[in-house]
Design a protein around this ligand. Structure first.
Ligand SMILES: *Cc1c(COP(=O)(O)O)cnc(C)c1O
Length: 384
């Protein structure tokens, strides 16, 4: 079969193998009559806590709401500052803004795309109320220095682990190391539901209980409110779907890693990988350095000719995406923070040069070879 197109992501391929299980989950919820909370939610929370290696897990309505709920449970609000990367998905800083606090941005480590403790330390002030590292694209941030810094300053860590379910840091799971870990079940994440969903993990029983209460308007007992929460519940139907998928996640992660290794092997064999992953010359691509565990929610390459490469791949039927074209300090909605272009050079450059290639688990080796060939063809000049 000749390949003529490769999508960035095709969810129907993984779901096809699960149709019976998903239909069974639907039947189970349909005949239970329980459409809010209940055993499916409790089951999912138990299974996720165990998988992630966290004491407590609280299923919520989305990854964004997981971040908002964690911030609310820590009492972060107006006048407070939260340190987070500028090169990340919008929700990381958007959630800080939504609780009334100020996002304080840090640049990324240009080799791993994650934030590091030295940048964070430089931004700590008496108003810093949380540190929010993101395990970007699925690679674990270097947590020990961040955790040590946070402990030294007495500031809680909220891990944005939306792209990192199952990533390990030594013997600990991403999302299990901070006061809270926040996960997303958005369909394009490594574990996705059939709609929106998320999860908060917590280390401390009291904080977990606060988050649980705030998930349902902050009422405990019901209709008696000491605090104001929101409606951050996950649907039991989504929980039931996720419980069908969770056992498959380790196998999917292995496949993503195999796909990433295949791309890297093909690119290296063709001699198009730049020796310096940051200073990428025309005719070559940069690969982020993998120094810690990675589950490849995204496989990202970089080139100074990103728009041309994207167009070249599109012409050959290859789906790609830019994560993320505008770093958060330059977003219009944050203009009042007073940031300027040039302030976070590594992030700004990554935003201009990064391109995500198809990496989903069910890709065939021939599809990976097809994508790699088109990238190599572009680098060698025949695609431009
Ligand atoms: C996806 C994502 C979120 C938000 O998750 P949703 O479920 O889409 O609300 C937050 N942070 C990061 C880094 C993400 O990738």
């Amino acid at each position: 079969m000749t390949i003529t197109k490769v999508p960035l992501l095709d969810l129907t391929r993984s779901d096809a193998a699960l149709l019976d299980g998903l239909r069974g989950a639907f039947e189970r919820v349909l005949t239970s009559g329980q459409y809010i909370m209940g055993p499916e939610i409790e089951g999912l929370e138990r299974e996720c806590a165990q998988f992630i290696g966290s004491q407590h897990a609280i299923a919520v309505s989305s990854g964004t709401d997981a971040l908002v709920l964690a911030l609310m449970a820590l009492g972060v609000g107006p006048g407070d500052e939260v340190i987070c990367p500028t090169y990340t998905f919008f929700a990381t800083a958007g959630s800080v803004w939504r609780v009334g606090a100020r996002p304080v941005f840090v640049d990324m480590d240009p080799k791993t795309y994650n934030c590091d403790a030295a940048h964070v330390r430089a931004q700590i002030t008496p108003r810093t109320r949380a540190i929010m590292p993101v395990h970007l694209f699925g690679q674990c941030a270097d947590m020990d220095p961040l955790l040590a810094l946070a402990a030294e300053k007495g500031i809680p860590v909220i891990e944005d682990a939306a792209q990192a379910i199952g990533t390990r840091y030594g013997d600990r799971g991403a999302g299990s190391m901070g006061a809270f870990g926040c996960f997303s079940f958005f369909p394009s994440k490594n574990l996705g539901c059939l709609g929106d969903g998320g999860l908060v993990t917590a280390k401390d029983a009291n904080l977990a209980e606060t988050a649980r209460i705030m998930r349902v308007h902050g009422g405990k007992p019901k209709y008696h409110h000491k605090v104001v929460g929101g409606n951050f519940r996950l649907d039991p139907l989504q929980a039931a779907f996720l419980r069908v998928k969770l056992p498959r996640l380790p196998g999917w992660t292995d496949a993503r890693r195999r796909n990433a290794a295949a791309y890297e092997g093909l690119f290296r064999a063709a001699g198009v990988v730049a020796s310096d992953p940051v200073a990428v010359e025309p005719g070559s691509i940069g690969l982020p350095v993998r120094v810690r565990d990675h589950i490849y929610n995204q496989f990202v390459i970089r080139t100074p000719h990103r728009e041309e490469l994207k167009a070249h791949l599109a012409k050959h039927g290859v789906g790609t995406e830019v994560y993320y074209p505008v770093p958060l300090h330059l977003q219009e909605c944050f203009a009042s923070l007073g940031h300027r272009r040039g302030e976070f050079p590594h992030s700004e450059r990554a935003a201009a040069e990064s391109l995500a290639l198809p990496i989903f688990p069910e890709l065939a080796p021939a599809e990976i070879a097809y994508v790699a060939e088109r990238v190599v063809q572009f680098c060698k000049g025949s695609g431009r």
